[in-house]
Write a new protein. Sequence first.
Length: 279
Amino acid sequence: MPQRTWFITGISSGFGRRMAEMLLADGNRVVGTVRDLDSVRELRKAHGDRLSVHRLDLTDGAGAITAVVDAAFGAAGRIDVVVNNAGYGLFGAVEELTDEQIVHQIDTNLLGSIRVVRAAVPHLRAQGGGRILQLSTYGGQATNPGASVYSAGKWGIEGFMEATALDLAPFGIGVTIIEPGSAGTGFRTGGARVAEPLAAYDGTPAAMVRRIKDPSLPSVGDVDKMVAAMIATVDRPEAPRRLALGSDSYRFMNQALTARLAELENGKATALSTDRQAA
């Protein structure tokens, strides 16, 4: 694999941390963002000037995000791959969630990722191309009870990235949406946030997410294999639009897409009947 320079948001833990470690071990350069610089102290010590780190919270706003991205490109000269990884999960039925929780989730997972792309695209275009990897989840194509706002952010960013991929293709900028299933990244047990439960939802499907932090719940995916597959997409001549990772991701997405296509076909006659009649 050629040595490249990668910009990755959220390298303190999870997929972002493991991706940074694997890339650095292979001789790449990494520019990462974290909310707490102390969280990557040992990583910085181990890899010296091949790793540079910026403090950034995706809710800091467009100005802060643009300043970090501009500084990263300015220092590196060229960044080959931009990875939108930072984010977290918010779970609970919609009426269990506060307005502040909802705004923070959308500001982080959707608007934060959009702002990173907006800041990076002028640099990628000026340098003649590059890749953008957007971390999503199978929940960007399928839904689960108790994940309404989390799904809203993921469905939103997938729509944004799919359309943006069409805009950026003429400039040699490829876009890949990454859709992992469950994996032992600490996403559930560490970063996930669960709403204060309402008794009305006791015993309903939405209450399922109240166990999301239970460490005994199984994870299907192998983190290293998943990250290796993400990295490998950059070596493909054409960026795959989507990359499902894990048998659970494939299964949930296959079921959801098959059901949606069946519903579309069932409504075909109605759809065609609403066309204007030819003169």
